[in-house]
Design a protein. Structure first.
Length: 34
């Protein structure tokens, strides 16, 4: 199942693996944080 979340939301243990799929990198978010 695919779930959508905002890049600014804190990761939760139930999220599993997360991928950034967007044309622009979100402001103020470092690559290490994702």
């Amino acid at each position: 199942m695919i779930q959508l979340k905002r890049a600014y939301d804190e990761p939760e243990p139930a999220d599993g693996r997360r991928f950034l799929v967007d044309r622009l990198w979100p402001r103020g978010v470092k690559k290490e944080e994702l």
